[in-house]
Ligand binder design. Structure first.
Ligand code: GLU
Length: 381
């Protein structure tokens, strides 16, 4: 079974673990590594993807800055360390993303923010607004106020909740290990890495063990928990090594990692995302022939478009309405308003001529289209 490609995804949560980010001996953030990661994030962002970062490191960074001795911290000590570390962490993210002209927005969440519906909706709308503004949300648990009983404690599960809350279609856990092994790789030289996990079964859970390092709270166990949260909500997940420079580029180039696949294929997950979590920027009114084509699972061609309303850019979500104004579906339009106006009602070959030979012929490609109550036409291809 093959896995999807990074380029297939529209909204990606990247979780960065403390041990990757912080050089505990030097008590500093690993700046060069972080700069390389920021360049990878900027490349995805430039590609039109929404990127969210879940960054650990507040406690680790705080403890280095405060020169606290090694060993386990009491709850109030880690809360206080997080207060010092988080302020530094936020500044660093803001700087490295700022170099690429990307605004970073700090979001600190507690368990209740993801579990209580009202707070959940509130956090979600703030994050969605940031994404709409093309900023990159940088999220962590609000460790200074989260107490033992009511905290995630690990950012693996937090990242999974953030991913499902924002209808992200991929969660990437960057870790100090490059994937899931069938036995602990340190102790067992014959341990094999598992490239694709199609379902988190009891066998898979048994492979997780319980490893934790001093810096990061989550071992493989919390990553498997994260996989359960993510994949049951239609989000794919992968675990990859963050120990190399440009870890996201490595994934895009097919580098080693473990994929946890959600049963919903990426198109379906993406379609759910198109249907549910975008503010449409305009409307295309289409003729009866096009309505039938859409119900049969085909793309929307320029010829079927009667009217173009609203102001949208290429890739924006629009509502598609029938000649009587009835909503047929929603999709990501392939042209901006001006070009859509120019080619509406024209044959695909006319459209290509009007806009230049390289123009794609669909107004909305079927993969980018969700037809409300489609009559069996959606094969998910
Ligand atoms: N929220 C914690 C921090 O920023 C990290 C938890 C984890 O390592 O997963 O320090």
């Amino acid at each position: 079974m093959s896995h999807p490609k990074l380029k297939d995804f529209r909204r990606i949560v990247v979780k960065v673990g403390s041990s990757l980010l912080i050089d505990s001996a030097a008590g500093q953030v690993k700046e060069n590594w972080l700069k390389a990661l920021a360049a990878d994030i900027a490349a995805l962002h430039q590609d039109g993807k929404d990127v969210l970062v879940v960054s650990s490191g507040s406690i680790a960074l705080g403890r280095s800055r405060l020169k606290l001795p090694a060993g386990t911290l009491k709850l109030e000590e880690s809360q206080a360390a997080a207060a010092v570390g988080q302020i530094a962490l936020a500044r660093i993210w803001s700087e490295v993303l700022g170099t690429h002209g990307i605004g970073a927005g700090q979001i600190l969440v507690t368990l209740q923010d993801t579990e209580e519906r009202r707070r959940y909706l509130n956090a979600r709308s703030t994050i969605t607004k940031l994404l709409e503004w093309r900023a990159v949300p940088v999220i962590n648990e609000n460790d200074t106020v989260a107490t033992n009983e009511i905290r995630y404690g690990d950012n693996d599960r937090l990242a999974a909740r953030v991913a499902t809350m924002t209808s992200s279609d991929l969660l990437i856990l960057l870790s100090d290990i490059d994937g899931l092994y069938d036995a602990p790789p340190g102790a067992n030289p014959n341990a094999k890495m598992i490239p694709i996990v199609e379902a988190v079964t009891a066998d898979i859970e048994a492979m997780a063990g319980a490893a934790e390092s001093e810096l990061s709270r989550g071992g493989m166990r919390t990553k498997i928990e994260a996989a359960k949260i993510a994949t049951s909500a239609g989000t794919h997940m992968l675990i990859a090594s963050g120990k190399i420079e440009h870890p996201l580029r490595a994934i895009a180039e097919g580098g080693k990692c473990t994929w946890f696949l959600t049963p919903a294929n990426p198109i379906t997950a993406r379609k759910r995302w198109i249907a549910g979590s975008l503010e449409p920027k305009g409307t295309l009114v289409i003729d009866a022939g096009a309505v039938n084509a859409l119900y049969a699972g085909r793309s929307l061609l320029p010829a079927g478009v009667i009217r173009v309303d609203g102001v949208f850019a290429r890739g924006d979500a629009v509502i598609v309405r029938g000649p009587d104004g009835h909503e047929i579906g929603r999709g990501l339009v392939a042209y901006d308003t001006e070009n859509a106006e120019k080619i509406k009602g024209r044959s695909s070959s006319d459209a290509a001529q009007i806009l230049g030979v390289s123009a794609r012929t669909e107004m909305i490609h079927r993969d980018d289209l969700v037809v409300a109550g489609a009559r069996g036409g959606d094969t998910g291809k």
